[in-house]
Design a protein around this ligand. Structure first.
Ligand code: G4P
Ligand code: NA
Ligand code: NA
Length: 189
C-alpha cells in the first residue's frame, strides 16, 4: 500500500534495527481517515472469503480491526490481556511472550463471541516474531472456528514471525512489509 509506505517514511521513526515508531497515526495518535483506508484495503483483500468476524488483541490492533470490520460489515472482537488469567471456563485463553517487552501475558476471549461457525479474519497493527498472532490463531482453534487469514498493517519480515506462520499454511496479507530497519532506514520488501 503505497500511501502507507509514504507515511511510514515521512512520519515513522526508526528507534533501532528492530523497532519502528509510528505513534503519529497508529500507536498513540490515530489518523481516522488513514486507518479507514487501511481497513478498506484489508477488507478488499478478503472480500468474498465469507469472513464473519474480526479478531485482534488490545490495544493497538483495535483501530485497524474496527475499520476492517466496518468495511466487511462484521463484528470486531478484541482479545483482552491479563497478567495471569485464572482458568475461566467461559473463555478461550492462551499465553504469549512479547519479545519486544520481554514479558509474558495471558490473552483471553469470552466464548460467547466466537463459535465453531465463525470464519475469522485476524487483524493486528504489527507482526514481529509472531507471538501475538500465534496466540490468536490458537484462540480460533480453541473455538473450532475457521481461520480465513490474517491482515497486518506493518510486517517486519526480517523478524521471521510471518514466515513461520505462512509455512503452516496460514494466509497473511501485510500492507507494509519491511525487509530491514538497519542503519536507521526503512527498506520495504
Ligand atoms: P510479536 O507478537 O509479533 O512476537 O511481537 P512482540 O511480542 O515483540 O510485540 C510486542 C508488542 O510490541 C506488540 O504490542 C506489538 O504490536 C509491538 N511491536 C512490535 N514491534 C514493534 C515495532 O517495531 N514498533 C512498534 N511501534 N510496536 C511494535 P503490544 O505489547 O501487544 O501492545 P499494544 O501497543 O498493542 O497495547
Ligand atoms: Na503495539
Ligand atoms: Na498489536
Amino acid at each position: 500500500m503505497y500511501s502507507l509506505q509514504k507515511k511510514i517514511i515521512e512520519e515513522g521513526q526508526v528507534l533501532s534495527d528492530t523497532v519502528l515508531k509510528v505513534d503519529s497515526f497508529l500507536n498513540h495518535q490515530i489518523d481516522p481517515e488513514f486507518v479507514m483506508a487501511m481497513g478498506r484495503e484489508l477488507a478488499d483483500r478478503y472480500a468474498g472469503d465469507g469472513v464473519t468476524k474480526i479478531l485482534t488483541v488490545e490495544a493497538s490492533g483495535i483501530a485497524v480491526a474496527l475499520t476492517t470490520g466496518l468495511a466487511l460489515k462484521v463484528p470486531v472482537v478484541f482479545a483482552k490481556k491479563k497478567k495471569a488469567a485464572t482458568q475461566d471456563p467461559q473463555a478461550y485463553s492462551t499465553n504469549i511472550f512479547s519479545f519486544t517487552r520481554q514479558e509474558a501475558v495471558d490473552i483471553y476471549v469470552n466464548k460467547k463471541f466466537i463459535n465453531s461457525h465463525d470464519r475469522v479474519l485476524v487483524v493486528d497493527d504489527f507482526l514481529a516474531q509472531g507471538e501475538a498472532l500465534r496466540g490468536m490463531v490458537e484462540i480460533v482453534e480453541q473455538a473450532g472456528a475457521t481461520l480465513v487469514g490474517v491482515g497486518i498493517v506493518i510486517e517486519k519480515v526480517f523478524q521471521g514471525g510471518g514466515q513461520a506462520l505462512r509455512e503452516k499454511g496460514i494466509r497473511i496479507e501485510s500492507l507494509a512489509p519491511i525487509a530491514s530497519l538497519a542503519g536507521g532506514r526503512v527498506t520495504f520488501v
